[in-house]
Design a protein around this ligand. Structure first.
Ligand SMILES: C[S@@+](CC[C@H](N)C(=O)[O-])C[C@H]1O[C@@H](n2cnc3c(N)ncnc32)[C@H](O)[C@@H]1O
Length: 266
């Protein structure tokens, strides 16, 4: 039995292993967040409590992300300013899995006074024939139909138990069915959906809902198939109706942020 396999059976040990492994990135991100202000008014105590809650949620809910990733996302959202300011609108999450990120985002939503709109099939990936493989970090990933399936009840319970359920509204079903009817302004969308088709759907339906300054953060930019999509000028021009936007870090980072410009044609 490998060390990894052994640790998998010993959850507290695996948790500690992960926190030590990622500490060189998690701790500077946490300290930077706690000690620096955000454009949405937050106190030192509230930022400290948020980070501590993130660690607790990661212990209680199976999370496929790291603390520094969720802190970076939270920072971008809280830097959009107050909910009634220049960038109004909800926080959207596309892709919730066990609800670890959903629970964390519900606390961010509470901090900045925005609603959290959560989209997931709660039945895993849709039917697809996409060819997957290694991420830019060299790990194999495959997403057949039904993979990552977690029930709606489990996600809802996790948010109620560890987050702020009053912030979260759920849209159950495949994005191509649930997103066309969603018409609210979106200040920030966190898209973590693994598939090219799912990413296409999210950008197609959510980008028009961004006010100027609003953002979509893709958490899948470590997958070559998503990088290829983002590098495709025809996707941006024909499906989204804009010129290919600046995406700092595309090809080298897991997260890529697209920000809507003031000129609607950009
Ligand atoms: C990687 S998981 C999300 C992880 C989660 N954000 C976290 O950090 O804990 C991807 C999720 O996207 C959902 N998903 C992917 N494509 C979808 C689609 N077309 N419609 C609805 N849900 C989809 C899957 O059901 C799965 O829960």
């Amino acid at each position: 039995m490998s060390l990894r396999e052994y640790l998998k059976e010993q959850w507290p040990l695996l948790y500690i292993y992960r926190k030590i492994y990622y500490a060189p990135k998690d701790i500077p991100a946490a300290l930077g967040f706690i000690f620096c202000g955000t454009k949405s008014p937050t106190t030192f105590g509230a930022r400290l409590a948020l980070v501590l809650n993130f660690y607790k949620i990661s212990y209680c809910v199976d999370c496929p992300h790291t603390e520094h990733e969720m802190i970076a996302i939270s920072r971008q959202i809280l830097d959009l300013g107050a909910a009634d300011g220049a960038v109004p609108g909800a926080i959207v999450e596309a892709g919730s899995f066990h609800g670890g990120s959903t629970t964390k985002l519900s606390l961010v939503a509470k901090l900045c006074g925005r609603p959290l709109e959560v989209f997931d099939s709660f039945a895993g990936m849709p039917e697809n024939t996409e060819a997957h493989g290694k991420s830019i970090y060299g790990r194999e990933h495959h997403f057949p139909k039904g993979s990552h399936a977690v029930s709606f009840e489990e996600v809802k319970n996790n948010v109620a138990r560890y987050g702020d359920a009053s912030r979260a509204h759920f849209h159950k079903g495949f994005f191509s069915d649930t997103m066309p009817g969603f018409r609210e302004a979106v200040a920030a969308a966190c898209v973590n959906v693994d598939l090219v088709q799912s990413t296409r759907d999210c950008f197609h339906y959510l980008y028009p809902l961004l006010p100027p300054g609003g953002i979509i953060i893709s958490q899948d930019a470590h997958f070559p198939w998503i990088i290829e999509l983002f590098n495709d000028s025809i996707f941006w021009e024909k499906e989204i109706g804009i010129k290919k936007p600046p995406m700092p870090g595309l090809g080298t980072l897991k997260f890529v942020t697209v920000r809507k410009q003031n000129d609607p044609s950009l």
